[in-house]
Every structure is written in C-alpha cells, then in structure tokens.
Ligand binder design. Structure first.
Ligand code: ASP
Length: 339
C-alpha cells in the first residue's frame, strides 16, 4: 500500500512569485503548480495532500507561535498520515527543524523540512527535486525523526545550519554525518538514522514564549553592556564562545554577570562559534570561569538547537537543576556526549 504524506506549506521562497515589492508567497498559485507537476503523480510517488498554515511566511518572520502551529498540525494529523513534508523558507529552517525535534516527543514517523533557494515558478528552481525527493524520503518508512532534505542531502534537523545564502547546497551538518544522499538512488546511512521510534506514545509539547538571549563573543566585547539584561526575566542564555568554550578574560568582567544571571535563575549554555568540534569547559583558563559561574556545556550543539532545547525544557516546566542536567544530555540526537 502507498504511503500517505501530508505536505504542510508554511511559505518561503519555494512558493513565492515575483511581485512589485520583490518575491512574496502566493499559496493558490503554488498549489496549482504542484497539482500540475506530472512527477508528483508518478507511480513511485506516495499519495499526498497539502494544507497551509494560517499565514504563508517569509521564514525570517517565524515566531514561537508559528512553530506551535506547525507542531499542532502534525499532532492533529499524526495518525492519519505516514509522514510529513514541511515546506519552509530556508532562512530559519534549522531553527524550526530543531524546535519540532523537541516539541514532537516519541516521534515514530518522518518529518522532512524542505524549501528552495529559487522559487518553483522559475525555470532553474531547485524546488522541484527538493519536493520530489522529500516526498520519496517521507514515504520510504526509513526515517523516524525530524530532518532537512536540501540539495541532495538529508540532514538531522537539530544538527543542521544554513550555510549558504545563495548556493543550492544551502545546509550543512558539520558535527553529524549526512543521513541520506540522493544521487542516482537515495542511499540511507542506516547507522546514523534514529534507530526506531519510541514505543511510548507520541506527544506534542507546545512551546511557551520563554525569554531567551544569545550573545556572540568577539575580541574587545564589553560585557558590562549586557548586565542590564541579566534580570529575573531572562530564563536562558546561549553564549557563542571561541573554540572549545573560551571567552576573553577582560579583567574577569563576565564572571559576575554570568553569576548574576545564574543566581536569578537563568540557564547559561555555552556553545562554540566553530561549526565543528565541541565545547570543553575547563580545558583552558579562559573557559574555567564559565564553568565556575554555573554555566552548562552545549558541547557540539548548534546555537539553533540550544535555543530550541531551552524553549522545550522551560515549556515542560522543569526546575533549574533538571534543566541544567538535561542541557548536557542528548534528548533527540542533538549533541554528542561528554568525553
Ligand atoms: N527569506 C526566505 C525565507 O526564509 C528565503 C528562502 O526561503 O530561501 O522564507
């Protein structure tokens, strides 16, 4: 029996058309284009239906509310379909993929995000293969996780990052192997795919609007500028540090600020600015301070995944110690383990 896939169109370049103000989404035109695409009716293709989110967005405009809408559309239709293809803008696709990977608990079906760099209405669009291959992957019954298919590669969603603003290979997964390559045939790397779905029941955890901040460290950074945001209102902060978790010592200016954030209840998570490799707090004097101030190590987690994980853990209502513990443990394959 053919797999049944639900396509959820959220917007993005793939479904945009040229307007006087530049490219903008046009749901009706896009639906017509898909319905007229002969390849999507081929025998090898799964059956598919398409729905749209309330607003078709340029993904730069995505908010937690929009992640919740996508998550709840999957949850409501979970039993009716064998898999899901989410059409999404490329700019924040890795954030949405990370968010969905956490909010969809015990996922046992494929959720494949894709889009394109060139709209489907253009002759050279990369959207055609991205949609066709995503549908085939979603229908293959091999994937039981949230992934991004783009430019011939299937990547774990919460390991991916947007790498190119204009290349057709727009995403990379620098710290985790590619899950499948689409060449003449689609070859899956079974050893790196999530083994099997959980036997527990699937559940959807909507995110709350948790106040989270991200700070990217740079030479000469004036840490005292950030003191004013370290109030009880701030729940989580991701610090993108140099190398394996290093920050400039700057007369130890950061330490009291991190301590202040920590003592007012914020979870301080240390990620690295390097696309590859892992944070190792305490390896250098310049990272020891963070550890001593109560920061947790994001190891090789992307900033996108760290932000989504903070939203998830706070939305679950866990206490600070539990969140600190879980930030350093892989929940959805988003990080390696402490060596
Ligand atoms: N700005 C667009 C978006 O993220 C870019 C794209 O889809 O490629 O919606």
């Amino acid at each position: 029996m053919k797999s049944k896939i639900l396509i959820i169109n959220t917007g993005g370049t793939i479904g945009m058309v040229k307007t006087e103000k530049g490219y903008a989404p046009d749901g009706e035109y896009f639906r017509k284009q898909l319905e007229e695409m002969g390849a999507l009716k081929a025998d090898i293709m799964p059956e598919w239906e398409m729905i749209e989110t309330k607003d078709l967005l340029d993904s730069s405009n995505m908010t937690v509310r929009d992640w919740n809408e996508i998550g709840s559309l999957i949850a409501v239709n979970y039993r009716k379909y064998d898999g899901f293809v989410i059409l999404h803008g490329t700019d924040t696709m890795s954030y949405t993929a990370s968010a969905l990977s956490f909010m969809l608990e015990n996922l046992d079906k494929p959720v494949i995000l894709t889009g394109s760099q060139i709209p489907l209405c253009e002759v050279r669009s990369d959207g055609r293969d991205n949609i066709i291959s995503s549908l085939l992957i979603a229908g293959s019954k091999k994937v039981k996780e949230v992934a991004i298919y783009f430019g011939g590669s299937l990547l774990r969603g919460n390991r991916s990052m947007k790498y190119s603003a204009d290349g057709l290979t727009a995403f990379v997964s620098p710290s985790y192997p590619v899950l499948a390559e689409a060449g003449i045939s689609i070859k899956y790397d079974e050893t790196h795919l999530m083994k099997q779905g959980s036997e527990d029941d699937f559940a959807f955890v909507p995110f709350k609007k948790v106040p989270i901040g991200v700070i990217k460290v740079f030479p000469g950074i004036q840490f005292d500028l950030f003191e004013s945001i370290m109030t009880e209102n701030l729940k989580g902060i991701v610090i993108e540090t140099f190398g394996s978790g290093n920050i400039p010592q700057n007369g130890e200016a950061l330490l009291p600020i991190i301590e202040k954030a920590f003592s007012s209840g914020a979870i301080v998570t240390v990620c690295t600015q390097c696309p590859q490799g892992t944070v190792s707090l305490g390896t250098y004097e310049t990272s020891l301070a963070l550890k001593e101030a109560g920061a947790v190590s994001g190891l090789d987690m992307t900033t996108e995944a760290a932000v989504a994980k903070l939203y998830y853990l706070f939305s679950k209502g866990y206490g600070r110690d539990q969140i600190k513990k879980l930030m350093e443990v892989s929940l959805r394959g988003e990080m390696g383990s402490i060596q």
